[in-house]
Design a protein around this ligand. Sequence first.
Ligand code: GDP
Length: 139
Amino acid sequence: METNKTFTMIKPDAVAAGHIGAILDKITKNGFKIIALKYTSLSTDKAGQFYAVHSERPFYKNLVAFMSSGPIVAAILEKDNAVEDFRKLIGATDPSKADMGTIRNLFAKSIEANAVHGSDSDENAQIEGSFFFSAFEKF
Ligand code: GDP
């Protein structure tokens, strides 16, 4: 299993607020190399599939509606220890608990509209990256 890749999305709230450039800048300045990048959107079906692991959670329906409410940016990032280091860079799920200077601290609006996604394991990074990108779209 690769340990040097993670998957991220810039979520609809941060895209709508005009934060794509600032977030990508923060990501690359922190040593992550972008090896795949796509401006796209999720249908409700696709968002439901992506977050299927949360299907029993009370916030699932709202989360699927939110994630399909507007365009997103999907990316695969490369760096040593990518998953753990990226989770540190984005901060806690709830932005009110995210450390100062983290992406969620700077750009997130709420626990749901929290600006970015970051994979939580090497295995999920691989699965999530492949959800959006073919082998021909990774460089
Ligand atoms: P993450 O790994 O930090 O993104 O957090 P989780 O995997 O636990 O949750 C996935 C996503 O669901 C989060 O990024 C939020 O967008 C949303 N979410 C998580 N917890 C809550 C919650 O308690 N309420 C709502 N409305 N959304 C939540």
